[in-house]
Write a protein that binds this ligand. Sequence first.
Ligand code: XMP
Length: 522
Amino acid sequence: KILILDFGSQVTQLIARRVREAHVYCELHPFDMSIDAIRAFNPKGIILSGGPNSVYESDYQADPALFELGIPVLGICYGMQWMAQMLGGKVEAGKVREFGYAEIRARGHSKLLEGLQDRTNDAGHGLLDVWMSHGDKVTTLPDGFKVIAENPSCPIAAMANEDRHCYAVQFHPEVTHTKRGTEMLHRFVLHICNAKPAWTMPNYIDEAIIKIREQVGDEEVILGLSGGVDSSVAAALIHRAIGDKLTCVFVDHGLLRLNEGQMVMDMFARNLGVKVIHVDASETFMQHLEGVTDPEQKRKIIGREFVEVFQHEAKKLPNAKWLAQGTIYPDVIESAGAKTKKAHTIKSHHNVGGLPETLNLKLLEPLRELFKDEVRQLGIALGLPHDMVYRHPFPGPGLGVRILGEVKRDYADLLRRADAIFIEELRNTKNADGKSWYDLTSQAFAVFLPVKSVGVMGDGRTYDYVVALRAVVTTDFMTAHWAELPYDLLGRTSNRIINEVRGINRVVYDVSGKPPATIEWE
Ligand code: XMP
């Protein structure tokens, strides 16, 4: 396995993704991981990430004893500068920040870059397109190092001391803009570190099943099923490991998408034979939400009621000693990083993960090591249908945050139908490459606006509600662009909603980015 020390770059997670794409297991840890912990982790190699700081003025320092472990080290950007500084080289502030594409020339022999090229220049030298983002740069090599790539503005674009198995690059091989970047990282982990490509889904399933069985023994497990990808895959995996000793609780708060309850029950209870308790708590939720219009208050009520209902069901299962959750690796990294990063609450998030302390159950989190795309691969390998595994995310408070202001059952019913039409049209409309607009967008849904406007239908006047359509493209949901959906798709969706959903006579499309808007309207 490979250890990645995180110096705070925005793209550190991508390094981990690339390493795992080489089927090598890796973990991401904070830069100040102790040398004893590093030894105990026993990595085949270490990657030092980039970061926003300057080596000569920051306390972002790892333990330099890691260079004495005799294992290969790859420094990226800040990681390169820190390596240079620690081993006796020199780092200086550049006059200009370099940001964007750069063309570098690989030089001499090195296991990292030799033979890689995107094109050649007139003199026959191999050139590579890379992505640079830095202010500082290494200006003097540490002893024993040689330059392995250069360009005019960055004469030491990459360096190596192959006797010590130390490599470093000023550019970012982990981002796709560096075309041969994945190859570079794969060379590092497979050929320089000699890590075994044993991280595959079938292997993972076998190991995970053994681990789950060992962990829970004869005890029983309960899991809050939400219909989302993570909890569904966790349920399928745990069920494969312990069968009937898993009980899932599916809380229907009346704010789910159209036919969602039925779909979850069909898939888990009927097809997979998982024990699922379906709780229809919509009446209680609606009662508690009556008259409440403030978004934060609505979120809190839904979150609190959810815990209440879940707890009530959990009490009926006295043998359950474990609470299973679909926590995934980005959640783990995020909460580990939260202490260094400024946390600012825009919205109080709720999902089935917010349960543990009150329940006195031990936590079972079988997806803790996986990235989202790996969770999806796992879901497919466990036999879950493609459409469910590649579903857009759905917020814990459900339609509660998509009905502006007070939530009413009637509003929810109208919204569910409008939303289903939009999703159906997105799935059925393909672009020139044959990809559906559902797959081309990251999240799409309808929002209910409780304002009335005048319309005309046939010979009659209508005075009905408005639905807004929202579709966004994003990789991390922290920022997002509104999706440039084709007009014919929007037109068809609008026509269908107004014709098929009595009570809606106007449809609008949301063209706000995040920031300044958020993805959900509340
Ligand atoms: P915003 O609206 O903050 O949403 O731009 C970003 C992403 O988070 C989802 N979201 C939630 N997910 N519980 C969740 O599990 C929540 O309370 C919640 N609120 C928003 C939202 O759907 C989008 O994908």
